[in-house]
Design a protein around this ligand. Sequence first.
Ligand SMILES: Cc1cc2nc3c(=O)[nH]c(=O)nc-3n(C[C@H](O)[C@H](O)[C@H](O)COP(=O)(O)OP(=O)(O)OC[C@H]3O[C@@H](n4cnc5c(N)ncnc54)[C@H](O)[C@@H]3O)c2cc1C
Ligand SMILES: NC(=O)c1ccc[n+]([C@@H]2O[C@H](COP(=O)([O-])OP(=O)(O)OC[C@H]3O[C@@H](n4cnc5c(N)ncnc54)[C@H](OP(=O)(O)O)[C@@H]3O)[C@@H](O)[C@H]2O)c1
Length: 389
Amino acid sequence: MSIAPVANTSLYTIKNPFPARITQNVRLNQAGSTKDTRHLVINLEGSGLSYQVGASLGVFPRNPASVVNELLSLLKLDPEYPLTDSKLGATTLRTVLTSQIALNRVTKKFVKAVHDKLPAGTAKTDLEGIIATDELFDQYVWDRDCVDVLREYPGAIITPEELVTLQAKANPRLYSIASSFDAHPGEVHLTLAVVRYTTHGREKFGLCSGFLGHGAELDTPTVPVYVQPSKHFHLPPTGDAPMIMVGPGTGIAPFRAFLEQREFDGAKGDNWLFFGDQHRSSDFLYEEELTAFQKKGVLSRLDTAFSRDQANKIYVQDRMREQGADLWKWLQNGAYFYVCGDAKRMAKDVHQALLDIAIQHGGLSPEAAKDYIEVTLAKTEQRYLRDVY
Ligand SMILES: Cc1cc2nc3c(=O)[nH]c(=O)nc-3n(C[C@H](O)[C@H](O)[C@H](O)COP(=O)(O)OP(=O)(O)OC[C@H]3O[C@@H](n4cnc5c(N)ncnc54)[C@H](O)[C@@H]3O)c2cc1C
Ligand SMILES: NC(=O)c1ccc[n+]([C@@H]2O[C@H](COP(=O)([O-])OP(=O)(O)OC[C@H]3O[C@@H](n4cnc5c(N)ncnc54)[C@H](OP(=O)(O)O)[C@@H]3O)[C@@H](O)[C@H]2O)c1
């Protein structure tokens, strides 16, 4: 049985990521969906990397070749210009721009450098006006990348050495692991929401989600990864303990892994999943797998909340409230309560629903409910576990 995080004995770490290859990249949304959520299978063979369910995968992003090429061309710079990078050593400008620097959001530093290097004239004065007004400047950099700026303000002369200091570093992003290593030896699966939008006439992607979803070629070892174990987010210590899992959208990821692990372990505990997304017909992620888990008895209960299938929004916390009496009984029977996904709104609303259930179905005062959920359940018994982002 897999419970506690184990030390990573692989040579590959955040400081020395493994060049992994994506072997499958399947869109989970059906026709008509507004979302681009993908199931990725990444091969770890030869790395010595493994993981416990509840862990995350760290991924170092890369910028698309088209963006790097256009940037080089707009600045009239030689892609093969030799540079020394603190991580890569002796390398080229193209390599540094591709893998070490985030090019998808322009920084104020970059815009200021462009302004400084522009010849005197109306363009320079125009950009000066934007830079001088905080609100305008914030708005200006919010939805532009470096290419947008150089297209609008051509003619700045920036050296390669300078260029590589102007943008943020291409830091790694974390993704909740969606698979059990026991069920898929040598593989790691992810549930990826691709950040995608069009501004100033150009389609843009989130740096890492764009790279994973649309940039990285299949079966090519070009995805630098490492495993980030979780100190707190893992299966209950015994297979008999019931679990309640709340995972709308990509929040489903670790719960697919939990169910796979419980099936592999032959764990007897009951498992209850709350899942939600926009539309049942197009956004029911892993519907077939979840139905199969239900048929096999691994998933005891499945409650879904498809927010946009009716006039009023219905969210996972509404389903929790509808099932409040049972949910309270499960908690009293020792269930572990897990939440994964959006931290800003969903996790807060789910927390409130939990408090309301303790009041309504547990007969607790508001103060006692707060103490039970936030101290007894979360801290003393460690049965309320969250992986939110
Ligand atoms: C522990 C943990 C687990 C996670 N698990 C998962 C997971 O399982 N699956 C998953 O998909 N993600 C997960 N994430 C989120 C993931 O790490 C990344 O944050 C996510 O993929 C976005 O990163 P990015 O590099 O693609 O986008 P970035 O390049 O970092 O961000 C894109 C930028 O574009 C901006 N933007 C978006 N829309 C617009 C617009 N219309 N106009 C202008 N700007 C816009 C955003 O505000 C953002 O600043 C997890 C995060 C954590 C911390
Ligand atoms: N903190 C963050 O920055 C953050 C966190 C999570 C996701 N995201 C981004 O959002 C995009 C999609 O993410 P995702 O696929 O994981 O799904 P998601 O956007 O989190 O949406 C999943 C479901 O949750 C619903 N939802 C919205 N607000 C909610 C709330 N307060 N309580 C409960 N449910 C709520 C959504 O409904 P409606 O859409 O109909 O309102 C949808 O049905 C991605 O681009 C991802 O990167 C960002």
